[in-house]
Design a binder for this molecule. Structure first.
Ligand code: ATP
Ligand code: MG
Length: 584
């Protein structure tokens, strides 16, 4: 692929990337190195994520540094220093103590990105209770389901969300002891309480109790892209991985201003929207509002964001706009951009270089992995369309399943297979809550099987092919939807594409593409034919879509992932399955 200009990140920035020599760093890496950079609880009483993220900084010269800069929907800006976050999270931990909520008990949060959510997350971890975030746009049914499956003891929410979504399901949650409401000044009953009132009455001092690194810390539900969301259990040990990946994959440096655009309802918004930046003592930007292109560019400019972690869905939305952001906005502080959640089409990397003058670094991981596993790094060659290479301490491979007990590692490059990881990294999930059988099935022959298909090139770069569930078998070929979607995206009219296989008597499955057009383009038979021809030219007739259907939008999860299973269900008139995470 040819670029107008190749950017060499090592020489164009004055800051030295943390990972200068990929192979050497990997070869010598040990987790002890990371242990040496962590603080641990005093007196050998264990490891607690919130201590590493907040307390250690609040106890040293860093305490007056801004930890969280919160931008309200209405553009008010509030700064919370590490000392402030320490106090507020201490108060929340004390509130839990007062209420008799202890170790291992689940504290759910259903709220937009308000400061109380962040203090509650950290206070819950301090109290050795378990933080379980829910996406605030969920309706009553998905909220109920997750709280039931997660054994909720406490729910923190807001007045509006309580009235609209929680009140009606309370009778079905007999084990829920308390609802804390973040924006009322008086208690409603013995069980429905005002958080501000409680926070005012407790001390701002809190001593974190001994924490076993294997104590459960966070319960995160998966995105539900392929079916019913699973509850992934994470432990305090995960902090090693959060720290290490923020250093190497996000290239965080002490004075960075970091912005992760993900909502904490998804694992990215917790691992990297709360924990990782605080571990490194940087300033973490939190925007309460939803996506808006002008607003986002303005935040990048005004807050002088240096490291930005976002998602392909947002990048594709920015790509649709027909204006030159660098003419209107000064993004010169931005040093490093990364993306996760879905494959990042090569076209998006090209756009980043042409329009933002920056390389977008794709990385790959899952709710189950707890943190970034495979990444493109600052200062290393980026191959557009590739997810990059495994992090130090992470062994990834392409394997083939032989049977339910055996897999074979595919050593040959450029061969599709199951993307597998060697178990044992610190942020690996320790269970699917209440579903041991499903958990066990993911571990075969000494490997964790991710459920994604990929291949590795000669130089160790991994390339995403598709989710195992989405692979299309057509005329004896295996076709990954990503390849077809990326090719279509290269056409100027295409904003987004979702590709599925439609059962066909003759060829097994027929490749069908659903396409959303960029503004200014109108769906027509002519454009349909043009796109079919474009696809054939790019992909060859075996792989190219045989049918194209225009849609205004594609169905997506609330975290922005295209739900191909829904396109397929609609196409075939099949039941939709779980749609709790479907965007409005
Ligand atoms: P569910 O497991 O409930 O179906 P989900 O897999 O979408 O939902 P997440 O854990 O949020 O839930 O997403 C992880 C998945 O997202 C990965 O397994 C992969 O399919 C996809 N993904 C994440 N990052 C990338 C990437 N950089 N390139 C390609 N795919 C990615
Ligand atoms: Mg998944």
């Amino acid at each position: 692929m040819a670029f107008h200009r190749v950017i060499d990140p090592v020489t164009t920035h004055t800051i030295r990337p943390n990972l200068l020599n990929y192979h050497a760093t990997r070869a010598t890496f040990t987790w002890d190195e990371i242990a040496a950079e962590l603080d641990f609880l005093p007196g050998g009483s264990g490891l607690n994520i919130a201590h590493e993220a907040v307390t250690r900084h609040a106890n040293n010269a860093h305490s007056e540094q801004v930890a969280i800069r919160w931008i309200s929907k209405h553009d008010a800006i509030y700064d919370f220093t590490y000392a402030d976050v320490e106090e507020e999270s201490n108060r929340f931990a004390n509130v839990l103590q007062e209420l008799g909520i202890g170790k291992g008990e689940r504290v759910f949060v259903l709220a937009g990105r308000i400061p109380a959510l962040y203090f509650a997350a950290l206070g819950t971890l301090k109290n050795t209770s378990v933080f379980c975030p829910l996406f605030s746009a969920f309706g009553p049914e998905p909220i109920l389901q997750r709280m039931q499956r997660g054994d909720a003891r406490v729910l923190l929410t807001t007045q509006k969300l309580f009235k609209r979504k929680v009140k009606e399901i309370l009778s079905e949650l007999p084990d829920l002891k308390f609802v804390l409401i973040a924006d009322i000044d008086e208690h409603i009953s013995d069980h429905i309480l005002s958080l501000p009132l409680l926070m005012d009455t407790v001390s701002a001092e809190f001593v974190i109790p001994p924490t076993d690194p294997e104590d459960m810390a966070i319960l995160h539900f998966t995105s539900g892209t392929t079916g019913m969301p699973k509850g992934a259990v994470h432990v305090h040990n995960a902090v090693y991985h959060h720290y290490m990946t923020a250093k190497y994959a996000l290239d965080l440096h002490p004075n960075d201003v970091f912005w992760c655009t993900a909502d904490p309802g998804w694992v990215t918004g917790t691992s990297y929207g709360i924990i990782a930046p605080l571990l490194h003592g940087v300033t973490n930007i939190i925007d309460e509002a939803e996506f808006d292109a002008q607003r986002w560019y303005r935040i990048l400019e005004e807050q002088r964001v240096t490291v930005w972690y976002t998602a392909p869905t947002a990048i594709r939305r920015l790509m649709r706009l027909d204006f030159d952001p660098l003419e209107e906005f000064d993004l010169s502080h931005l040093r490093f951009v990364a993306s996760v959640g879905e494959p990042l089409n090569p076209e998006a990397v090209v756009w980043g270089r042409d329009v933002l003058d920056l390389t977008i670094h794709d990385n790959w991981w899952q709710t189950e992995t707890g943190g970034i596993m495979i990444a493109n790094f600052a200062g290393q060659e980026v191959r557009p369309g590739s997810m990059g290479r495994p992090l130090p301490g992470i062994e990834a491979a392409i394997v083939r399943r032989i049977n339910s007990e055996t897999v074979q590692v595919i050593e040959k490059p450029n061969v599709d297979g199951d993307l597998a990881l060697k178990p044992g990294w610190p942020s690996m999930y320790r269970a699917y809550l209440h579903d041991q059988a499903r958990y066990d099935k993911c571990f075969v022959d000494g490997w964790y099987l991710s459920g994604d298909l990929a291949y590795r090139d000669e130089d160790g770069y991994f390339w995403f092919v598709g989710r195992a569930d989405d692979i299309i078998k057509t005329s004896g070929h295996m076709v990954g939807p990503f390849e077809v979607e990326s090719a279509l995206m290269e056409h100027p009219a295409v904003a987004e594409a979702g590709v599925i296989g439609v059962p066909n008597d003759v060829i097994g499955e027929l490749v069908k593409a659903f396409v959303a057009l960029k503004p200014g383009y109108v769906a027509s038979d002519e454009l349909n034919r043009e796109l079919l021809g474009f696809g054939r030219k790019k992909l060859g007739s075996a792989v190219a879509p045989k049918e194209i259907e225009f849609r205004d939008t594609l169905p997506k999860t609330r975290s922005g992932k295209i739900m191909r299973r829904l396109l397929k269900a609609w196409e075939l008139g099949l039941p939709e399955g779980d749609v709790s995470t479907l965007e409005d």
